[in-house]
Design a protein around this ligand. Structure first.
Ligand SMILES: *Cc1c(COP(=O)(O)O)cnc(C)c1O
Length: 361
């Protein structure tokens, strides 16, 4: 029987997984995935299309993405000796790091929880032993005692820290991350996916330690569809990880498209500023509603707690507003939802519907 064959062959931890869930957003105001809600001015879209038109689709992409990397190197102002490796989104880079370090089923990987779900899922794929360490219940700071105890007990080959953290939106204390770096026997990967919104970074510190890598992505500032992540660190680390990267992981359209956009980066920067201002407005409004509490955020989303997350989530969905239900994902996220900052009109629709949900109790 097919089922028996599958169970005989596929690793049991894979059959136990669920594929990454993506909600069908057709017809919804989509505030569930931390996307930049703004599109580009028409004239720039035409120029962009012209740049893409010149791409030779019949040829393989440049495996080194040299032109794009040169632009990125300049914009990132990397310290001496620090280089970058590109991934098909930072998701791919997380997997590459894990595949490179996975020696045996004993290889431990640590991340605080709740955090970005791919650390756990890809640890399973790479056959590492994942250990989640709960954050503090009120405000989601690192529980340093628990982190240091877990590091000394499990001797992790890698620690993943999202800075700022997803799905909670807060920045961990810099001094605590430094303490973790110094205690860690292996790599510490600092995932700065929300850097455009927080402007807080460890890139300038990369030369201080020999066990730190920083990850960035263009997804959250506005290019989620292009899939472009960056791993930054000492060239010697990246050379090893580069050996397991599939040769053409950044396709020609992404290379040409991203290069064009980065030459017009001011457009993204203005959109990011607008998103940050709107985030502060939503933060104040949500906190003024009965039974609702949002946490401060350094990202393009807000995590907030309501009286009954399931009910509010369903109500918002009826009003055609798609949020992310955090409730059920982790005990610290009981009755929590997450909203990505949308356009002005989308945010207004969200606030109006949420106020109605608050009144319904
Ligand atoms: C969104 C996100 C990513 C994934 O980014 P991609 O480049 O789109 O794969 C990585 N880390 C964190 C913390 C994120 O929130």
């Amino acid at each position: 029987m097919l089922k028996t064959r599958i169970d005989d062959l596929i690793r049991p931890e894979i059959t136990a997984l669920s594929a990454y869930p993506v909600a069908d957003a057709e017809g919804f105001i989509k505030l569930d995935a931390m996307e930049n809600p703004y599109s580009w001015p028409e004239n720039l879209r035409d120029e962009w299309a012209a740049a893409l038109r010149a791409v030779e689709f019949n040829r393989y992409p440049d495996p080194a993405a040299a032109q794009l990397k040169a632009i990125l190197r300049r914009q990132l102002a990397l310290p001496d000796g620090v280089d970058l490796l590109l991934g098909n989104g930072s998701d791919e880079l997380i997997l590459l790091v894990l595949l490179a370090i996975a020696r045996s089923a004993q290889t431990a990987v640590i991340a605080p929880e709740p955090s970005f779900v791919m650390y756990k899922m890809l640890s399973c794929v790479a056959q590492c032993r994942y250990v989640g360490v709960p954050l503090q219940a009120d405000g989601f700071a690192l529980d340093m005692q628990a982190m240091l105890a877990a590091i000394s007990r499990h001797r992790p080959a890698a620690v993943f820290l999202a800075y700022p953290n997803n799905p909670t939106g807060n920045l961990f204390a810099r001094a605590e991350i430094e303490q973790i770096v110094e205690a860690a026997p292996g790599l510490v990967v600092i995932d700065e996916a929300y850097f455009p919104f927080s402007r807080a970074s460890f890139v300038d510190d990369l030369n201080r330690w020999d066990n730190v890598l920083v990850m960035r992505t263009l997804s959250k500032s506005g290019l989620a569809g292009l899939r472009l992540g960056m791993l930054l660190g000492a060239r010697a680390w990246l050379e090893e990880i580069n050996k397991i990267r599939l040769p053409y992981n950044i396709n020609s359209l992404s290379q040409a498209g991203a290069a064009f956009v980065l030459r017009h980066e001011h457009v993204l920067r203005q959109q990011v500023e607008r998103i940050c201002a709107d985030r502060e407005r939503l933060y104040v409004k949500i906190n003024s509603m009965d039974g609702m509490r949002a946490w401060p955020s350094q990202t393009n989303f807000l995590a907030f707690r309501v009286v009954d997350a399931e009910r509010v989530f369903v109500y918002m969905k009826q009003r055609k507003i798609l949020l992310k239900k955090l409730h059920g994902g982790h005990p610290l996220l009981t009755d929590c939802l997450r909203v990505s900052i949308g356009t002005g009109a989308e945010n207004d629709a969200f606030l109006e519907a949420l106020a109605a949900a608050a009144v319904l109790g």
